[in-house]
Design a protein around this ligand. Structure first.
Ligand code: SF4
Length: 633
């Protein structure tokens, strides 16, 4: 496919952005900035981000194959043909390093026809490599051996971008000679640059090259169908996440930076980009606190956290639908919808947590008739003998709605798999909280928050990979403890405080041993048992294995007792109540908590926040005064 000069410039810019940020994280706006073109102009040339990736990949394979055929045309010696193949590959990619990174790492994110076309070009290139290798000495190798040799060769030449330095390694010709010698004669055979002959000097063997390659090719094509991608093009696996962060080698700080970038991406952009790379896929938003994300994931849709607009949005329209004394998250979430920022969100989950959330669900239903609005009626009487049957029925009702949305049946196997994945991600999150409790100097609350919040904006499979890598990287971190008081933080379970406020609390002299940030995303105390009836397993988990919270009504154990017990168990010095302005459940709880904490002689400080706040000095100085008074005592 030929491109105009302007199209080629945009593709070059897109390759640079994808190479630096990864397909998922790169935004179309960044590409338009890099290319020096307006967003509208970019969309004129390329209708979607997936289209850009598709053109980069197909163009790379077209050029490399065309050039290969041209260069091979006058070469008959089998060994020379292998050398030409290697040099052609290196020449193209060393001159197009960004395209090489993109073609190596990202095409697995394509779907549908795009994916098939790119896969076909990959296959052609792969088969050509087999024919060339087979021409060298086809009868010496079984089909499996030839396949392994070709894949090894691709392994060597594809990942050169991770270590190549032109000043040390020379140009493509020199690298190609060196790699060809290594591949053809091996490291020992080729010691001191002296070739010691071919592995099989039976000249007759090369006579049958074309026929043998044809036979072998048949087997290899079957083999190729079984593998999901070409050696040069695979989805990120465990050990990698999109965006160029090599998870196995990234430092803890690099992984936190990656999480920070993900968290900074507006939720609407996450939805739009996911849908562009998953044509026909659905995105379902989850308003806090707890949504059964396993049900959404099992349907094949992407569950994402719609947790207000933070400080990224001005309230200009939502004020007309809500009174001034309503919490900020309700208004900013509606504002996201009214300003088209949720246009690629197909459904929204709300729950019976409070009156404002209930009203928000109704306002959404009226204002966005095309969106599937689900209002989950969570049990209000956990002691009732019928409560389990009630919640199972409620989950099944929700499941039916999801089936309608995605147009397919959700099986128990789907549910079990999703439950297993979320069990894994929550177990990892619990392990980070455990670190904070035992040695809070090693992991700040803000870092922990970023790791958890990133999971509200990415597929759980990728989140697990991020958490696993971060968990390993954290083990190598050793930090000297500071003289700070040990605090439990409570009442931020729904609207989320700005990250700067969380950081400010710690800098004011606290180690936050525990908090209830993003509580719905880590709702369960242990694994959900999915065997047999996964829906019932989820219901039982909610009833008997979930956290206490201001929005869960469980009279079997008073919430205040949970808080006091937790403070004692963690040997915390104090409690900070950090409640969202106008959050009724949090303010009701504060009355109960204050009484219980006073009776237990546990010092406490109450602060109010709004998701959209810019000045943190007042909160910080209140905490500093509180900390000093405790240290003085
Ligand atoms: S912040 Fe509080 S009042 Fe507002 S929606 Fe959340 S739980 Fe309800």
């Amino acid at each position: 496919m030929k491109h105009t000069k302007r199209e080629a410039e945009v593709l070059k810019a897109a390759a640079a952005v994808f190479a630096a940020r990864g397909f998922h994280q790169a935004s179309v706006r960044e590409i338009s900035n890099e290319a020096g073109i307006s967003l509208a102009g970019l969309y004129y040339y390329f209708p979607s981000k997936a289209d850009l990736l598709f053109r980069i990949a197909t163009s790379a394979f077209d050029v490399i194959l065309e050039k290969l055929e041209e260069t091979l045309a006058g070469v008959s010696d089998p060994e020379e043909r292998v050398r030409v193949f290697i040099q052609n590959h290196l020449e193209f990619f060393l001159n197009h390093m960004n395209e090489m990174k993109v073609v190596t790492r990202e095409p697995g994110f394509l779907d549908g026809e795009f994916r098939e076309i790119v896969a076909e070009k990959q296959r052609r290139y792969y088969v050509r490599s087999i024919e060339i290798l087979g021409g060298l000495n086809a009868t010496h190798w079984s089909a499996e051996g030839l396949r392994a040799s070709a894949l090894s060769l691709f392994g060597m030449i594809n990942w050169i971008f991770t270590w190549y330095r032109p000043e040390k390694d020379g140009d493509a010709k020199r690298m190609a000679d060196q790699m060809a010698d290594l591949f053809l004669y091996g490291f020992v055979q080729h010691k001191n640059g002296v070739r010691h002959g071919r592995p099989n000097s039976d000249e007759n063997a090369s006579v049958s090259t074309v026929q043998a390659a044809a036979v072998i090719q048949q087997n290899l094509l079957k083999e190729q169908e079984k593998i999901s991608g070409h050696p040069s093009c695979t989805r990120p696996r465990a050990g990698e996440i999109s965006g160029g962060t090599n998870m196995s080698t990234a430092s803890f700080e690099e992984l936190i930076e990656r999480a920070r970038q993900i968290v900074a991406t507006p939720v609407g952009e996450v939805a739009s980009e996911w849908k562009r790379s998953h044509p026909g896929g659905k995105v379902v938003g989850c308003f806090p606190v707890y949504s059964p994300v396993e049900l959404i994931h099992a349907s094949g849709a992407l569950p994402i956290g719609v947790i207000g607009g933070g400080n990224q949005i001005e309230i200009a329209h939502a004020d007309s639908r809500f009174q001034s004394f309503v919490c900020s998250i309700v208004k900013s979430t509606l504002e996201l919808g009214l300003t088209e920022k949720l246009k690629d969100v197909d459904g929204m989950f709300f729950q019976s947590i409070c009156d404002p959330a209930r009203n928000l669900a109704s306002v959404f239903k009226r204002n966005f008739p095309k969106m599937a609005i689900e209002y989950l009626h969570l049990p209000q009487n956990m002691g009732s003998p019928r409560v389990e049957e009630y919640l199972v029925a409620e989950y099944r009702r929700v499941l039916n709605g999801l089936q309608e949305l995605v147009g397919r049946t959700i099986t128990d196997q789907d549910l079990e798999r999703s439950i297993g994945l979320y069990n894994r991600s929550r177990a990892l999150v619990r392990s980070f909280y455990e670190v904070r409790r035992k040695s809070p100097e090693r992991l700040s609350t803000a870092e922990c928050y970023l790791l958890v919040r990133a999971g509200t904006l990415m597929p759980v499979e990728e989140h697990i990979a991020l958490l696993e890598a971060a968990r390993v990287a954290l083990d190598g971190r050793s930090v000297k403890p500071k003289d700070r008081i040990r605090v439990v933080l409570e009442c931020s379970f729904c609207e989320q405080p700005p990250l700067e406020l969380i950081e400010g609390l710690e800098e004011a002299g606290c180690y936050l041993l525990d908090d209830d940030f993003l509580l719905g995303w880590r709702w369960f105390l242990g694994d959900i048992v999915a065997d047999g009836d996964p829906v019932r397993g989820l219901a039982r988990g909610y009833l008997d294995g979930s956290v206490y919270s201001g929005v869960k009504h469980d009279l079997r154990t008073p919430k205040a007792k949970h808080l006091v017990d937790k403070v004692r168990e963690m040997k915390a010095d104090a409690v900070v109540i950090l409640a969202a302005k106008f959050c009724e459940p949090a303010l009701f709880d504060y009355a109960l908590y204050r009484k219980a904490l006073d009776e237990a002689s546990i010092p406490h400080l109450a602060l109010e926040f709004e998701e959209k706040m810019w000045v943190f000095d007042k909160a910080r100085s209140e905490v500093e005064t509180f900390v000093e008074s405790m240290l003085f005592e």
